[in-house]
Design a protein around this ligand. Structure first.
Ligand SMILES: [Zn+2]
Ligand SMILES: [Zn+2]
Length: 396
């Protein structure tokens, strides 16, 4: 049976997937600079013998694994390859060799898992019908997102897959388990850059000044009404400001205040309305208090929608592979992920690979200097991806 065969191959390949992951972990590269990583992936794909390897978006690749009757149906599997500007604090043999760059989001694990899945799928390609398209993308962590460049560069064409499956490590889920969610799953994320301009001067003479600090204080409070009053309570929205810069002193009121924040939601129409609302409130309030405002909204990734049918089929396949008890239902997650771009083009399923292990002390969140994964999860990372792909080719 193909499932048992894939499980066996995943077990055999586990040490290779771990060693690939360790190589990538020790040699991380920042977004859009994944040159050595891309070369490593290209070599591995050549060793496996996949066909039609094509360079996309400078440091990305697409490749095909063709089964019998290759045009019958096409499904894509995606991995991201970039690391983060973080100084690794883990003392491990595979610690980052680049100071200040770290695979702290598990993209090393995603790339190694997809290479493992590719090797498995290549060795069973006479046992399924259809084609599996591999997508290795750069730049997930930095807007506008490597996925958007991959799509522009034709990653979803020639041949066009009907659906795409992506996996991401999840340090809140124990290794051995995975998580799925049908429908809306992750948020859109937009960066907000506000400059409130007034007229600075001596703090003892406010009557001669236009105080941008006071105006900004009102503005931060007023903007929350977008989330608390204007938003439909059934559509999750988050507005957070993480940076407020007023470079005055106890007795000096500055000329301007800079504010930075993020706006996240799960509906594209509401997202656009909220932008207008924020701009309107800011202009009205700041000008009403005698100041001026520059308000720049840098649009990030769209929200991520998991196609309900594809995700239901994948969830079922995961239950067949791992057992019912090891497949969890996920809640909405207000982080953003550029897999969302693919999910706006074709059916998408973005699921979570559990990588937590409290006994081994592996509990840190992604994007932290102590993030790591329980590498035992990589056997599932490679095997399950392969199984989801062939199941999807068979079932649909
Ligand atoms: Zn990340
Ligand atoms: Zn990530």
């Amino acid at each position: 049976m193909l499932k048992e065969k894939i499980k066996g191959l995943a077990k055999e390949l586990k040490s290779e997937v771990i060693s690939n992951r360790r190589h990538l972990h020790a040699n991380p590269e920042l977004s859009y600079q994944e040159f050595e990583t891309a070369e490593f992936v290209r070599q591995k794909l050549a060793e496996i013998g996949v066909s039609q390897v094509e360079q996309k978006a400078t440091t990305g690749w697409t490749a095909l694994i063709e089964g019998k009757n290759p045009t019958k149906r096409i499904i894509a599997l995606r991995a991201d390859m970039d690391a983060l500007p973080i100084i690794e604090a883990n003392e491990v043999s595979y610690k980052s060799k680049k100071n200040g760059v770290m695979h702290a989001c598990g993209h090393d694990a995603h790339t190694a898992s997809l290479l493992g899945a590719a090797k498995i799928l290549h060795s069973v390609k006479d046992q399924f019908e259809g084609t599996i398209k591999l997508i290795f993308q750069p730049g997930e962590e930095v807007a506008p997102g490597g996925a958007s460049y991959m799509i522009k560069d034709g990653a979803l064409e020639n041949p066009r897959p009907s659906g795409i499956i992506g996996q991401h490590v999840m340090p809140f889920i124990p290794a051995g388990k995975v998580g799925f969610r049908q429908g809306i799953y992750m948020a859109s994320a937009d960066e907000l850059y506000i400059t409130v301009k007034g007229k600075g001067g001596h703090g003892a003479m406010p009557e001669t000044l236009i105080d941008p600090v006071l105006i900004s204080s009102h503005l931060i409070v007023a903007l929350q009404q977008v989330v608390s009053r204007a938003a439909n309570p059934k559509v999750p929205s988050v507005l957070s400001f993480g940076r407020v810069e007023a470079l005055g002193a106890t007795n000096v009121i500055p000329n301007e205040v800079k504010i930075q924040g993020t706006f996240r939601t799960l509906n594209e129409d509401w997202r656009a309305q909220a932008h207008q609302k924020m701009l309107q409130i800011a202009k009205g309030l700041v000008e009403g208090m005698g100041g001026e405002v520059d308000f720049e909204i840098r649009k990030g990734y769209p929200f991520l929608q998991n196609d309900p049918e594809l995700t239901a089929r994948a969830t079922l396949a995961a239950k067949e592979y791992l057992g019912e008890e090891n497949v969890l239902d996920l809640d909405i997650w207000m982080a953003a992920e550029d897999f969302a771009y693919y999910s706006q083009e074709i059916d998408g399923c973005f699921y979570r690979l559990g990588t937590r292990n409290e006994e081994k002390g592996i509990v840190s969140s992604v994007h932290t200097p102590t993030f790591d994964i329980d590498e035992d999860a990589l056997e599932i990372g490679a095997g399950l991806m392969a199984w989801l792909a062939v199941s999807e080719l068979e079932k649909a």
